[in-house]
Design a protein around this ligand. Structure first.
Ligand SMILES: C[S@@+](CC[C@H](N)C(=O)[O-])C[C@H]1O[C@@H](n2cnc3c(N)ncnc32)[C@H](O)[C@@H]1O
Length: 227
């Protein structure tokens, strides 16, 4: 595998690196690392897209969507493919990544962010949830770590705890949903979400990585509609 560094930035959380990786005659892929930890690449993006799909499937009128974590934008792209969506706010903690998406360092970034329904905000999703108006979103999608058990930043641990989930529930409208992406099954997260929302669905998604079959997970929690 041949790796070429495309961009590098340093923030208060440490180092963010974007690399282009090429194996033989296969198309090159982009890879994002934070402090040396693999965050994602553009090779296997089915579950980033499925995160959006699973959420959009369970809500009748998903007009306003909040996404935690821009990454390379595959979840956002899938959200915007749904004509019912009127606004998608994406909260990304790394200014440099937003810049790389806007200036074409990530080649598909400028066209994606040009969609007038997309609004990218540089902030911590925990702060964005705390500052959002009550009942202002139909969907909240969280994909900021490799899962609650594999944090990219230690401070993100609170995102999966009851207090922050009560905050997330409050920004959702009745009938709305929160969906969390995880690289591994997480019974503790499932229990936390069940205690906050009542109804939770855990879904295993098969993926093939470097010839190995494994599963990523989505946890979908619903805010009940009034009777
Ligand atoms: C796995 S990537 C998201 C992938 C995205 N779903 C996609 O389709 O490309 C995780 C992103 O979350 C960002 N992030 C990590 N912690 C965050 C936080 N607390 N608030 C907002 N963004 C965060 C990272 O910088 C990274 O861009």
């Amino acid at each position: 595998m041949n790796h070429v560094e495309v961009a590098r930035a340093v923030s208060e959380r440490g180092e963010l690196v974007l690399r282009r990786c090429q194996e033989g005659a296969a198309p090159a892929v982009l890879e994002l690392r934070a402090n040396g930890i693999f965050v994602m690449d553009s090779r296997e993006t089915s579950t980033e897209r499925a995160l959006a799909g699973a959420a959009l499937d369970v809500v009748a009128r998903p007009r306003d969507v909040l996404v935690g974590g821009l990454g390379l934008g595959f979840t956002l792209d899938q959200v915007l493919a749904d004509p019912r969506v009127e606004r998608c706010v994406v909260v990304e903690i790394e200014q440099a990544l937003v810049d790389w998406m806007r200036d074409g360092t990530v080649p598909h970034g400028p066209a994606l962010l040009a969609d007038w329904r997309a609004d990218v905000v540089v902030a911590d999703i925990a702060a964005a949830l705390a500052g959002a108006r009550p009942a202002s979103y139909d969907l909240v999608l969280l994909d900021v770590d490799n899962g609650p058990g594999h944090l990219v930043h230690d401070a993100n641990a609170r995102l999966y705890q009851r207090e922050l989930q009560h905050t997330a529930r409050a920004v959702l409208r009745p009938g709305g949903a929160l969906v969390v992406w995880s690289a591994a099954a997480d019974p503790a997260l499932e229990a936390t979400l069940r205690s906050v929302y009542g109804e939770v669905e855990a879904r295993a998604l098969p993926v093939v990585l470097q010839g190995r079959e494994l599963h990523y997970w989505l946890y979908a929690a619903r805010v009940p509609c009034p009777a």
